[in-house]
Design a protein around this ligand. Structure first.
Ligand code: HGY
Ligand code: MN
Ligand code: MN
Length: 418
């Protein structure tokens, strides 16, 4: 008996458009040697990504607005009229920039999935009762100027424009000059009330960057989870000064070599984090003059410390500083962020009891939540949990499941009573 031909699976328009967009973005800012992405704020790669976002919005008849900080917002409907009428918009989105040699999914998965969810909903003839938006936050990773979520921090006033615009990159270029070169006037940068008023709810879909969804048998095993909270976390810098000298002619007993202190900072950071139940990372050093045969005059050492308990994180850093006898200069701090609890419950219910997970990763959603915006997150499984690496990966089916989940919750949230 010949098997009846199985009916071809209906093509999901959102999945088709997701795959198209994903393929289009893949080469932008990808480093040939490492396979990692170098998509840094206000660079030419950033400009290409911004053009891509605007083109995708135009493809769907969405109006694109650039806010005072340079974040992009694609709108369907009139967010100002809706806000005035008491039903501000539902906004999806994430970021397109990366850490140095980052993966393809951290950020872009949320932006691409948002456009694809719009396509899914359009194909189903969904008529939202409020404006729908897609946000593309600039400079989420802080890879070039050193402060993560710079776009959302400047938008909400969590970081002053004075501080942000004066930040410099490794070449000494200020954020203000980089913005200007990227076509955005730094003179207008600052908290943007008009933009914030338009947002009723912000929902960020993001790759999980953890292993809860991917571990077979883990209670959270599945394709999509709901975010509950973000760990408190911060960035500190140690400026370790020494005396420049010759690597060959300077006796060991005559040296004042800051690299030895840096080595102690790195080792003790791990030990202090371990003893305080936190995580700590030294991923970046700046060595002057950075010559193989020159004892450094200065070694700047950056520390990233995080944990479920803010006091423990701060104790990790203060214990480290006292152990090495040096000052930890705080560059940024983000308090623990809890997403809107009723929204978290609703998202989990809408997604058939999807697991609810905390995360150690910072997100623009966390900055908006801290600024009082009703915010939620969805996480998509990346089985290895690896992120901030060219090896970051999520399966296409799971990415499609993320699009479906986003479309499902938009149908509910964009029809809820005001
Ligand atoms: O650092 C973070 O957690 C985020 O990737 N910016
Ligand atoms: Mn990231
Ligand atoms: Mn991210």
């Amino acid at each position: 008996m010949t098997a009846l031909p199985t009916a071809p699976r209906p093509v999901d328009p959102g999945h088709v458009s997701f795959d198209r967009m994903w393929a289009e973005l893949a080469p932008v800012g990808r480093h040939a040697a490492t396979g990692g992405y170098r998509r840094f704020a206000w660079t030419s790669e950033d400009g290409t990504l911004r053009e891509w976002f605007v083109a995708e919005a135009a493809r769907r008849g969405l109006d694109v607005v650039t806010d005072r900080v340079g974040n992009l917002w694609a709108w369907r409907g009139d967010p100002d009229a809706a806000a005035a009428a008491g039903t501000p918009g539902l906004v999806l989105g994430s970021h397109l920039d990366s850490v140095p040699d980052g993966g393809a999914f951290d950020g872009p998965l949320g932006v691409v999935s948002s456009f694809a969810a719009f396509d899914q909903l359009d194909a189903a003839g969904f008529q939202p009762d409020r404006p729908l938006g897609i946000a593309c936050f600039g400079d989420e990773e802080g890879a070039r100027f050193g402060i993560a979520c710079a776009g959302s921090r400047l938008l909400t006033g969590a970081m002053t424009s004075e501080r942000g615009l004066a930040l410099t990159d490794a070449d000494g270029t200020t954020m203000a000059d980089a913005m200007r070169a990227g076509g955005h006037d730094p003179a207008v940068v600052g908290r943007d009330e008009e933009t914030l008023r338009r947002i009723g709810t912000f929902l960020e879909l993001h790759v999980e960057q953890g292993r809860a969804l991917g571990d077979p048998g883990h209670p959270a095993e599945g394709a999509v989870a709901v975010g509950s909270s973000i760990w408190p976390h911060g960035r500190w810098r140690f400026d370790l000064e020494g005396r420049a000298d010759h690597a060959g002619t300077t006796r060991l007993e005559d040296r004042d070599d800051p690299m030895l202190i840096a080595a102690e900072v790195i080792q003790q950071a791990r030990a202090s984090a371990q003893s305080h139940g936190c995580v700590a990372t030294v991923g970046k050093l700046r060595v002057l003059p950075n010559g193989v045969n020159a004892i450094p005059s200065l070694v700047q050492t950056w520390l990233d410390a995080r944990g479920a308990d803010a006091r423990a994180v701060r104790n990790t850093v203060s214990h480290l500083a006292s152990t090495v006898g040096r000052t930890a200069i705080e560059e940024s701090w983000t308090d623990a962020t809890d997403f809107d609890a009723p929204l978290v419950r609703r998202l989990s219910e809408l997604l058939d009891g999807a697991p609810v997970l905390a995360t150690g990763a910072g997100h623009d959603a966390g900055i908006l939540a801290t600024a009082g915006v009703r915010t939620g997150m969805l996480f998509v499984r990346n089985p290895t949990g690896i992120s901030h690496s060219p090896d970051e990966h999520a399966e296409t089916d799971d990415c499609h499941a993320g699009v479906d989940a986003l479309a499902r919750v938009v149908e509910d949230l964009a029809g809820e009573p005001a």
